[in-house]
Design a protein around this ligand. Structure first.
Ligand code: FAD
Length: 402
């Protein structure tokens, strides 16, 4: 392999480039990114970036010297338009082509947008999105946040600390229902309410009204809210459109690019990593696609090592998934996987104290560890997840005094 193209200049793309050079790859590495920026950090965008009164916190991941040392052919502000495996090339939106005998697909995901073109309705994915919300926080007194998933919940928290009144709308019966048992999710209901958020559960949005700019939000319960600022956290859609017709398969259900356990797509020499990649994780069954910061880096490292090793060699990608969120000054951490139907049992602390570690179980196995304000304890149980531990076996490892 002499030329490798990385499509997508996010966390996965950056790690792919770094891993290539660390592995001693000396050929040309082209990185194509449709944002006009080098890879930057998204997690702060819904957190400290929004709360600062002055200039927003920096989201830079690496300095100039680090990028220089990587010796990349950086194509920023350019979109990968089409993957042409037969010609071993990626076609860009300016009509040019990038030659590549190896490709890392790292085009991530984009925010799902609400169905309106009105001004004042925002999503949060890019630094520009965050700048617009940060500006609006300085002048608006109220915000309606749609969706109490992680992004919506963090925006609500940041808006409160910036002094805004917040209405948080969630169609499900508790916040974070897509990922967490509703009994544990109840803690987060109280967390929002105690911090002065008007949290409305079981309520969807049926439309936005206004002339040019949003003025009102119509709700499924018949109510109408006055609103000149709305932030929607409605989940993300993988950026797979440019791969149409390339032979790279897409995953049913989870969406994203279908990979095997080596991060290989259906097209030889084309690997995928980060928010866009779906793959069979042997410990969890079915396909997994993670929208987690740590995963983007780790999966890109594995994808690149396997790309360089070639078919028949390489390492399966079997991480212990890790995710964190910061809300109202509290850190929430999830190791492993969580689904609403999982059994949940608090093994340290208590929901009342808002400081706990909960085990999540499925089919007699430990599948996840969820913590609130309990960082060292959560991390101690990582081994149980990497070793595949039964529910009973996991409970036997708990030392209540530790
Ligand atoms: P991305 O970051 O989406 O990068 C992909 C890049 O490719 C983007 O720049 C995209 O514009 C570009 N691209 C797309 N299509 C093309 C194309 N055709 N051609 C060229 N370029 C293209 N995770 C956590 O674990 N904890 C958190 O607290 C947390 N907070 C978050 C807060 C926010 C506001 C957001 C948006 C995400 C957060 N995440 C968090 C998730 C985390 O940021 C993502 O998992 C991570 O960014 C994924 O990296 P990626 O490189 O796979 O994709």
């Amino acid at each position: 392999i002499r030329e490798i193209a990385i499509a997508g200049a996010g966390m996965a793309g950056l790690h792919a480039a770094e891993s290539l050079r660390e592995a001693g790859f000396e050929g040309r590495v082209t990185m194509i990114g449709d944002e006009g920026h080098r890879p930057y950090s998204r997690p702060p965008l819904s957190k400290e970036f929004l709360t600062g009164k002055g200039a927003p916190a920096s989201v830079e991941l690496r300095d100039d010297a680090a990028f220089e040392a990587l010796d990349l052919d950086l194509r920023l502000g350019r979109r990968a338009q089409r993957l042409r495996p037969a010609e071993r090339a990626i076609e860009l939106d300016d009509g040019s082509a990038v030659a590549a005998d190896g490709v890392v697909v790292a085009t991530g995901a984009r925010a799902r947008r609400p169905d309106t073109a009105l001004d004042g309705v925002h999503v949060l994915r890019s630094v520009e999105d965050a700048e617009a919300v940060h500006e609006a926080f300085k002048t608006e007194e109220r915000v309606v946040v749609v969706g109490a998933g992680f992004i919506g919940a963090e925006v609500a928290s940041s808006a409160r600390s910036a002094g805004l009144e917040v209405t948080l709308l969630e169609a499900a019966p508790t916040p974070l229902t897509r990922v967490i048992d509703p009994r544990v999710g109840g803690v987060f209901t109280e967390l929002h309410r105690d911090n002065g958020v008007d949290l409305r559960l079981g309520v969807g949005v049926t439309g936005f009204e206004g002339r040019g700019r949003v003025e009102r939000v119509r709700l499924s319960d018949g109510d109408t809210l006055d609103a000149s600022l709305v932030v929607a956290g409605l989940g993300a859609l993988p950026n797979t459109e440019w791969l149409e017709g390339s032979g790279v398969g897409l995953a049913e259900g989870t969406g994203g690019v279908l990979c095997d356990e080596y991060c290989r797509t259906a097209v030889p020499g084309v690997y995928a990593a980060g928010d866009i990649a779906a793959w069979p994780h042997p410990r969890y069954g079915g396909l997994m696609r993670l929208e987690h910061w740590t995963n983007a880096g780790e999966q890109a490292d594995t994808a690149v090592r396997n790309l360089l090793a070639g078919d028949g060699a390489g390492t399966p990608y079997t991480p212990v998934p890790y995710f964190w969120s910061d809300q109202y000054g509290m850190k929430i951490q999830l190791l492993g996987q969580a689904a609403p139907a999982d059994t949940a049992e608090i093994v340290h602390g208590s929901a009342e104290d808002r400081k706990f570690v909960a085990f999540l179980g499925r089919d007699g196995m430990l599948v996840g560890v969820l913590g609130l304000r309990s960082t060292p304890k959560v991390m101690r149980y990582r081994r149980l997840l990497s070793e595949r531990t039964t529910w009973e076996g996991a409970l036997a490892e708990v030392n209540p005094r530790s």
